[in-house]
Design a protein around this ligand. Structure first.
Ligand code: LLP
Length: 432
């Protein structure tokens, strides 16, 4: 839960706004964004990593309001598509503080990024190095470049969100020599200013040893570039991936502890290698926005089923589902839920919160104990839905994507409005 979340008389409030009031005003389902919590987390990363640049990873959740908060609070921004870049532009985000990622940026995206003057483009293939060099020549501009490398680390997280082992699509392999060759080509291209190496090992990681191994390998390459090419690269980025608590079983590190750990290993390695410490940056997404949002749903139906062995489980169907949170279905992610609209004297009973989609895997919360009298019309809230929920939301079954409602000091404000049927039909050009 975000830090301004409270429960009184069974009613959950965020930012001083009782969720039943929020739903009366804005409808259900809705993502509820706690402004104070979001900004406090962003600033905590900024301050803990005071001598780093902190790039918020927009893929976790991005809109113009959030981009403006980040700009005002002194953070930088990682975007990974032309769409995210456009949001940054619309928010008036300082382009020098934007990093542009992606393993297959289009020519048009690269041209736009160079024209806008983004601070760094993180290159991910030899094709892209060539394309970006051509773009800078054609536009008569230069751009800062970081080279995404694969450190060969097995991050302990879900296979689909681990990115530093060899057999996956991101980065230039350090082990194969491709990374050094990419650095050489960037250095040789007149329009490209070589800033440094970039490593991102995966997401929702708790075991910080993966970051340490990656930092060591990337620094070794950084030093090798110095000796073999005679180039002292000024920067290095160690990516994001810091895990958050989705359930009480998870135990994430605070930004201070992460900063201390990463700084210690980098300083130790730089001393051992006899090199100056490059300016470091990190890219947290989930750890900033994840806990600062929850999703509120209204219960529509409740059905009990018998389990093997005689136990029972109730299927609590809510008015959203995999279209607003695909993470349970896609990564087998764990979430929790609570009754948010009233007190209940009923004892806890095993429940599964499911959505309204035509698919048995449409599960929001796999297992939760909810009061045994949960019934239609109740509100249920799911915490920790700030990261990769709205940003991965879909219109499956022609669902309307829910709004993001900001809360601050007892007031609500719309950050992203609810989609309408007109939005859905806008792309359907009609019977041909
Ligand atoms: N930097 C780079 C280059 C990235 O690829 C990512 C995430 C981040 C930073 C931010 O990682 P974070 O701090 O948010 O973990 N959809 C998946 C997560 C995919 C992460 C993709 N890259 C999920 O819902 O778990």
């Amino acid at each position: 839960w975000s830090r301004t979340t409270t429960k009184s008389g069974g009613v959950l409030s965020v930012g001083g706004v009782p969720l039943p009031d929020l739903v009366r005003e804005h409808g259900s389902p809705a993502y509820v964004l706690d402004e104070a919590d979001f900004r406090a987390r962003a600033v905590a990363f900024r301050d803990a990593f005071a001598d780093f640049d902190v790039y918020y990873a927009g893929k976790a959740f991005l809109c113009t309001t959030v981009a403006r908060w980040l700009a005002d609070d002194g953070l930088s921004l990682d975007v990974c598509s032309g769409g995210e870049l456009t949001v940054a532009e619309r928010a008036g985000f300082p382009m020098a503080r934007v990093g542009f990622h992606g393993n297959n940026k289009t020519l048009a995206e690269l041209e736009r990024a160079v024209e806008l003057g983004v601070g760094r483009v993180i290159v991910d293939s030899f094709d892209e190095v060539e394309r970006l060099a051509a773009v800078t020549t054609e536009l008569g501009r230069t751009t800062g470049v970081m080279v995404r490398v694969t450190a060969g680390v097995e991050a302990h997280t879900h296979e689909y969100i681990a990115t530093a082992h060899e057999d996956q699509k991101f980065g230039f392999s350090i082990a194969s020599g491709d990374a050094l060759e990419a650095v050489r080509r960037v250095h040789a291209a007149p329009g490209l200013r070589l800033l440094g190496l970039h490593s991102h090992i995966g997401s929702q990681i708790f075991d910080t040893s993966g970051f340490e191994v990656a930092a060591r390998r990337v620094l070794a390459l950084h030093a090798q570039v110095g000796t073999e090419l005679g180039v002292a690269m000024p920067e290095m980025d160690l990516g994001g991936g810091f895990g958050i608590a989705y359930t009480t079983q998870d135990d994430p590190s605070e930004p201070e502890a992460l900063a201390a750990g990463i700084t210690a290993i980098v300083e130790h390695e730089c001393r051992a290698l006899g090199i100056a410490r490059p300016r470091l940056s990190i890219e947290p997404g989930r750890a900033v926005v994840g806990p600062s949002m929850c999703t509120v749903y209204e219960v529509g139906t409740v059905k009990e089923v018998a389990l093997d062995g005689g136990a029972r489980r109730s299927y609590v169907s809510v008015d959203g589902g995999m279209s607003d949170n695909i993470r349970t279905a896609l990564y087998d992610a764990d979430y929790s839920a609570t009754l948010a609209s009233r007190a209940s004297e009923a004892g806890p009973s095993l429940a599964r919160v499911v959505g309204k989609h035509c698919e048995a895997g449409d599960i929001v919360v796999k297992d939760e104990f909810l009061p045994g009298d949960v019934r239609p019309g109740d509100l249920v809230a799911v915490p920790g839905t700030g990261a990769y929920c709205r940003s991965m939301a879909s219109n499956y079954n022609h669902a309307l994507r829910p709004p993001v409602i900001g809360v601050r000091d007892g007031k609500t404000f719309t950050v992203l409005r609810r989609e309408t049927v007109a939005d859905l039909l806008a792309t359907d050009v009609g019977v041909q």
